[in-house]
Design a binder for this molecule. Sequence first.
Ligand code: FNR
Length: 381
Amino acid sequence: DVYTAGMFADRPPELPVRYERLREAALEAMSDEAAAYVAGGAGGEATMAANRRSFDDWRIVPRLLRDVTERDLHVDLLGRTFDVPFALAPLGVQTIVHEEGELATARAAGDLNVPMCLSSVASHRMEEVAEALGETPKWFQLYWSSERAIMESFVERAESAGFDAIVLTVDVPILGWRERDIERAYLPTLAGEGLANYLSDPAFREGLDGPPEEYPDAAVQHFIDVFGNPALDWDDLEDLCGMTDLPVVVKGLLHPADAAEAVARGVDAVAVSNHGGRQVDGSIGALEALPGIVERIEGRVPVTLDSGIRRGSDVIKALALGADAVMVGRPFACGLAIAGEAGVHEVLTNLRADLDVTLSNVGRPSVADLDRSLLVRTEEL
Ligand code: FNR
């Protein structure tokens, strides 16, 4: 369908299909500050480069003459069925790339039934986004506020709004050294973006003298005061697991020992990620960290991977190395920047189609059949 739409329909695909072109077009569609924020990483951006390069460390060895007429892309994860083995990663402040922000993203994801993880620093309230997603699996990404009442309130709101899991991001004890943003003195939250969940929160508002609408600067200042929590430790993680009935995913782990500790503390899934290279410059690529973590966890909990997923073959490599699912970040933000809801829709449709086509051509029509035997290490060739 994707091919024929391009060749025969009145309208060719609206967005570039190649990621490199998509990214270029998206960066042009954004303000200079937003483009730097989305495209940038920590320090000299060596981690971002490692994220991509690590996919080249593995090559796929297709198997042929297997019936691939029936394909099955679904995975079961944390009590829900995902139609596809990928979800939208939590990206905050989406109104900086398109005015409809997370609502546009959620409508596209909801229409295609692609699971979405919503950031704490979203530009729209979690309740609104949950509604736009309807029955589609939805996860809420938690930044643990230094004000405990706010953290607890976020968890309770996510439960009431119908989210299926809490994703605690732990790789931001302090925001990374992001040189592009520092040069521009730009942080979207300080410009008042991404505060919807905070401004609408009773526990957050308690710390303000009046309604945030009347005190925009005070509201931003209060956000700065309560947002981060560098004191967070393993006991807090354990605490969270006991606090909610929802499954808890811990996002941002790269060391096998940390993954083992997380499982011992009661998490329901581990999200291997280096935050798209935005936190530690020169860190291990996410895909490089995956096999060691998968080996240490021994299937006790599911594992997801993000940071560098661009194409169907990337999804296949991650799943073959033991991830149960992946999360995709910047590509959908590019679609959002260029064409809002329709742009996200097209990026997700293309990724699903690419995955479907590539699975057929490697002779493993069901994602459940992907395993390490499909891959060889490039250096061993
Ligand atoms: C992010 N990421 C992120 N992660 C998180 O836990 N909470 C957040 O609010 C954000 N916000 C955010 C904004 C932007 C603009 C980007 C690019 C990323 C990290 C995100 O969830 C994911 O880990 C990375 O995006 C994966 O890297 P790629 O595949 O997008 O390069």
